[in-house]
Design a protein around this ligand. Structure first.
Ligand code: G4P
Length: 521
């Protein structure tokens, strides 16, 4: 119980460039995992270098070890799950969100809520994941904090409650008042290290001495207004995902980060019970269960090996103990499960709910696979969303057809993209959320499978999973649209609409058919 209670498993997410990496790094500094900032900076795929393959390979290598960052902070064990910085890998991020108990969303104070933030929040809402918002870059001239709170509330459709408050912003930004603890700590700005703090009593003249007459007066007024406008913070409404506490600061200058981290470990939920298809599994159950939410290929091109990331949901995971792989119906034991510490990884003997264990994967895992002590459990993952881009994948080297098929299958198992097979001509269609994914697939097929592929345009708009109670109508639809019918990897019927208009007409003409834009309904 102690081990479960002290764990905090979460992800930091943001629209690219809002400051996720910088904040993560500052957390690691506080956790004592790194001594100087800049160490995990290269973790993301640079937004500009879209075709710099060496760079991508290097990044991918780094991301294996930094996919999970664990550290002890005070009495807590913090597990940060990293998510890719590039938007084209958004699906990866969505899947990682299935393995966390809470989320910190970083927003750029000057830009406010951006597209990716909105999408990420939708996924959190679907799963009722508790969310804390960190408004970053307060050292830049930005918007009024009250306006930002309104925007967050409207755009992210969640009530907010500020738990820290900025003293001025832009070049006059002096730090943040900690509303949660009712205290003011002033730090000297330092981008690299944690600096000494001084504690100020805001009801005394000391405040004026430290921040000046004007800012002292404004801070007291702002705090009064906050307590009038926003109801007092309640832990239960945060944990039930109704209210998002908001913190302000500057990750780069290390302002407001400690306030966020200290409060986060106290209020964020420990690992929660999880609903499997069969039943709800209590986190406190004795028997081990877990699921695979991410698979990452290794960097060594001569030796294709993957790491499957397993989230422990219940019980205690132990090294060299036989566990049941539910999909394969097979028992297997793992002699070298790994744990991740900032930039190192080490073999572990045991792990508790909330922990992420890295399992060497020799093509045995698919995303969503469940491991148990024998029970037939299936954890419900996140549904696949309709891709945004589609291309036919063709074999460019007739001698390597087998390698290509194997490569495609395994990359799809890793969840790199979605595969549909057109039922009319048997052609394979790959669906992605961004162009970069196509490039990565082609590159990896060549480098890891010795297979060559060619892309051909597929003018498609959306993939819809279809179902109906009216079998005759469903069959009629499939007959009429046979050129556009495909199967997904689970063998489900998918209608590939080539335009919004066609889809709208289909919805009108076939009233009993439901068109779903996600694979689980
Ligand atoms: P991301 O992971 O969300 O994509 O963002 P990242 O942390 O990489 O930050 C994006 C840019 O914003 C970086 O600048 C970073 O230094 C800057 N940044 C982060 N936090 C703050 C902050 O509190 N204030 C200010 N003013 N800037 C901040 P860059 O030029 O892209 O990278 P670099 O050359 O500084 O490393």
């Amino acid at each position: 119980m102690n081990e479960i209670e002290r764990r905090r498993t979460f992800a930091i997410v943001s629209h690219p460039d809002a400051g996720k990496t910088t904040l993560t790094e500052k957390f690691l500094l506080f956790g004592g995992q790194i001594q100087v900032a800049g160490a995990v900076k290269n973790n993301k795929i640079r937004k500009t270098a879209t075709s710099d393959w060496m760079e991508i390979e290097k990044q991918r290598g780094i991301s294996v070890t930094t996919s999970v960052m664990e550290f002890d902070y005070k009495d807590y064990k913090v597990n940060i799950l990293d998510t890719p910085g590039h938007q084209d890998f958004a699906e990866d991020t969505f899947r990682t969100l299935t393995a966390v108990d809470s989320v910190i969303i970083v927003i750029d104070g000057a830009k406010g809520v951006e597209t990716q933030t909105r999408k990420l929040m939708n996924v959190c809402r679907m799963r009722q994941t508790p969310v804390i918002v960190f408004v970053n870059k307060m050292d830049r001239e930005g918007r009024d904090p009250f306006d930002l709170l309104d925007e967050i509330e409207q755009e992210l459709q969640i009530k907010v409650r500020p738990l820290s408050w900025p003293i001025n912003q832009g070049i006059h930004f002096k730090g943040v008042y900690n509303i949660y603890e009712d205290s003011l700590n002033l730090f000297t700005a330092d981008k690299q290290k944690i600096t000494e703090k001084i504690t100020v009593d805001i009801h005394s003249r000391e405040l004026e001495e430290k921040v000046g007459e004007q800012d002292a007066g404004k801070l007291r007024d702002d705090l009064e207004l906050i307590s009038e406008v926003y109801p007092a913070f309640e832990l239960s409404s945060y944990r039930s995902a109704e209210v998002a506490p908001v913190f302000f600061g500057s990750a780069l200058n290390n302002f407001g980060v400690k306030e966020l981290l200290d409060c986060f470990v106290q209020i964020a939920p420990p690992p929660q019970d999880i609903t499997a298809e069969e039943r709800t599994v209590k986190v406190t159950e004795n028997k081990f269960s877990g699921f695979i939410f991410k698979i990452t290929a290794n960097i060594d091109p001569n030796h294709r090996s993957c790491i499957a990331f397993c989230k422990v949901c219940s019980g205690r995971f132990q090294r060299n103990t036989p566990y049941y792989h539910v999909r394969l119906g097979k028992s297997m034991r793992f002699s070298s499960p790994t744990q991740f510490m900032a930039q190192r990884k080490s073999t572990i003997d045991e792990a508790y709910p909330g922990d992420i264990v890295g399992l060497p994967d020799n093509e045995i895992f698919k995303i969503g696979d469940t491991l148990t002590e024998g029970e037939l459990l299936h954890y419900k993952g996140l549904p696949s969303f309709s891709p945004e881009m589609f291309k036919y994948i063709e074999n460019a080297d007739p001698m390597k057809a087998k390698q290509l098929s194997k490569g495609i299958e395994q990359l799809m198992n890793e969840g790199v993209a979605q595969l549909f097979v057109n039922q009319f001509n048997n052609r394979r269609i790959i669906g992605t959320v961004g162009q970069l994914q196509f490039e990565v697939i082609q590159y990896r097929l060549e480098n890891e499978y010795n297979a060559k592929c060619r892309w051909e345009p597929a003018n498609l708009y959306k993939a819809c999973w279809i179902e109906s109670d009216d079998n005759a109508e469903l069959e009629e639809f499939k007959k009429r649209k046979f050129q556009y019918m495909a199967k997904d990897r689970e063998g489900r019927d998918v209608f590939l609409a080539d335009s919004g208009y066609v889809l709208q007409m289909a919805q009108q003409d076939f009233k009993h058919i439901k068109f779903h834009f996600t694979s689980e309904f």
